[in-house]
Design a protein around this ligand. Structure first.
Ligand code: DP6
Length: 330
């Protein structure tokens, strides 16, 4: 059967970086994100006996090698759950740049969990879908739900308590915005998966990162629910800088920053000092995302026009979670 799902990427305010179980994709610390309207992926999955082997096409390109093996491994999990031996054909399309630190794996993993579970005949609830999406990519567990989402790290060894839970829906704080500025559309060099593994193994203060992020995840949920924007922005910025300190102090060092990243950080701080309230967050790529409120968008847009390094911007408000749609990609 064929099914198609649409999901939005999420950007973490408190980041996930490091696993305690590689196979089950269980994180070392809890993380909190916003699912963003407009950073969308659509995926169609068809399980049928006419397919002799699995095949996967992303943005019109047939995928092989390690990225394909990851998808095939995920399909094996689904097949086991459904007791099926059927092979699948998958088409996926990102409506924003792939693998540039704009969290394409989160939207992709969420659509894959929803479309493939439906296509194979499983009827999973949100928790089941998030648990499944997590097996594809950790951050995907947070894109099943709309709005602000916490991925609790969980305690259980089997991972059944490690999934994305909604903190509040997308309409709870409609003025909240994240501006993603694309600085460089080249694919990143160090992928998150091996990168975070190296950090767990070699960063001398990795444990501090885990304890601190765990605390910050609790704090930020409170700031979201109380709509305390200043406190939220300061905390998110601090967490992002700590993440990149961990990356810098990994052997070999992981440096996602480019000169343009530093230029953007300085610009945001300068704007803030002059009374324009905005904060930054940065993931596994050079892009700087600006956290702000709707009222300040015109002024921030005006200022961003003056920065030549920015090729394109996406202004995103809290968005929908993963959902099934009728328009198939093939
Ligand atoms: C820096 O979810 O892509 O974006 O679980 O290995 O697939 P895997 O990693 P992934 O890592 C995302 C890391 C991050 C921070 C975050 O989104 O929390």
């Amino acid at each position: 059967m064929k099914a198609t799902a649409s999901a939005n990427a999420n950007i973490a305010l408190i980041k996930y970086w490091g696993k305690r179980n590689e196979e089950l994709i269980l994180p070392q610390n809890s993380s909190v994100s916003v699912t963003l309207e407009g950073l969308k992926t659509v995926t169609t999955v068809d399980f049928d006996k006419k397919y002799k082997k699995d095949n996967f096409t992303l943005n019109g390109k047939k995928i092989s090698g390690e990225p394909f093996e990851r998808i095939a491994g995920f399909l094996n999990i689904i097949r086991k759950m459904a007791g099926s031996g059927l092979k699948a054909k998958i088409f996926s399309k990102n409506f924003f740049p792939t693998a540039t630190g704009l969290a394409s794996s989160s939207a992709g993993g969420a659509t894959l969990a929803l479309a493939s579970s439906k296509a194979i005949g499983l009827d999973l609830n949100k928790k089941g879908l998030s648990l499944l999406a997590r097996r594809n990519s950790g951050s995907a567990s947070r894109s099943i739900e709309a709005g602000f989402v916490e991925w609790e790290k969980g305690e259980k060894e089997d991972g059944t308590d490690s999934f994305g839970k909604q903190v509040c829906d997308k309409d709870y704080w409609p003025e909240f915005r994240i501006i993603a500025g694309v600085l460089n559309e080249e694919e990143k060099k160090t992928k998150s998966r091996p990168g975070m593994k190296q950090s767990v193994q070699t960063c001398p203060f990795y444990k501090v990162w885990v304890e601190n992020s765990e605390k910050q995840a609790k704090q930020i949920k409170k700031f979201i629910l109380e709509k305390k924007f200043t406190k939220l922005g300061e905390l998110a910025e601090n967490n992002a800088l700590m993440l990149h300190s961990v990356m810098f102090n990994t052997i070999l060092p992981i440096v996602y920053f480019s000169e343009k990243t530093v230029e953007m950080i300085k610009a945001v701080r300068k704007w803030r000092a002059s009374g324009l309230e905005c904060y930054f967050t940065i993931d596994a790529g050079p892009q700087v995302k600006i956290i702000c409120l709707e009222k300040d968008i015109p002024e921030i847009k005006r200022k961003l026009k003056g920065i030549k390094a920015i090729k394109k911007i996406y202004i995103c408000k809290p968005g929908d979670g993963a959902r099934l749609i009728n328009k198939h990609l093939f």
